[in-house]
Ligand binder design. Structure first.
Ligand code: SAM
Length: 197
């Protein structure tokens, strides 16, 4: 049976979005404070931002002191991200985490933080989470930010993960698991999965 590829699973779809000037939820001060509170970042951390888009979160992690690389399969996004981060040490690469083998620089145990901000919804999340567990050091963290599908308006539910998926994600696979919301109504929620098992 031939699988059906939803258009938002292709780099061409995202290139088109970015050429049209698409942007997503800004990484505001409140989000950064909540991120710091729940992850307690250390400046020596090595981090990756998967599906980094225009690289706003990647840059925020760099400003927190981390060595960070953003990856996205949209060449347009990576080009914009590189241009807007030229004055920082954040770096960006084009990479498709669904269809390509993992980037050679991401080796087992080499990372302290894997960030998926508004991107896991569009990725092969089983594969990504299994890979992230291998990439992380023993106390490493996967930080996921996602919309909850049921809380999105009917026309944009495809952007979110169902509540049941968010509820179960990472259980039994990490030593600790914390959830917090970015919005008062819980439309956008975050998971901190620490200590891969
Ligand atoms: C909604 S945007 C979020 C971008 C950014 N993380 C942010 O918070 O602004 C989702 C991003 O995931 C990227 N993406 C989707 N599937 C991908 C894949 N298989 N490999 C790499 N990037 C992917 C898209 O190109 C897009 O930039």
């Amino acid at each position: 049976m031939t699988g059906i590829l939803h258009e938002n699973r292709t780099p061409e779809y995202w290139d088109h979005q970015y050429r049209q000037g698409a942007t997503w939820r800004p990484v505001d001060e409140r989000e950064q404070i909540l991120f710091r509170t729940h992850t307690d970042p250390d400046p020596v951390w090595r981090a990756v931002d998967i599906g980094c888009g225009l690289g706003e979160m990647t840059q925020a992690l760099w400003w927190m002191g981390m060595q960070v690389q953003g990856y996205d399969f949209s060449k347009v996004a990576v080009s914009v991200a590189r241009n807007s981060a030229w004055h920082t040490g954040a770096t960006f690469e084009v990479h498709d985490f669904d269809t390509e083998s993992n980037p050679p620089e991401v080796t087992p145990g080499s990372l302290d933080l894997v960030v998926c901000r508004l991107s896991l919804e569009f990725l092969d999340r089983e594969r990504l989470l299994a890979d992230a567990r291998r990439w992380l050091a023993p106390e490493g963290i996967v930080h996921i930010t996602t919309s909850v599908a049921e809380k999105e308006p009917a026309t944009s539910r495809h952007r979110g993960l169902p509540e049941s998926v968010v509820h179960d994600m990472g259980r039994g696979a990490f030593r600790s698991r914390t959830r917090y919301d970015l919005d008062d109504d819980g439309t956008v929620t975050c998971l901190v999965l620490r200590g891969p098992m």
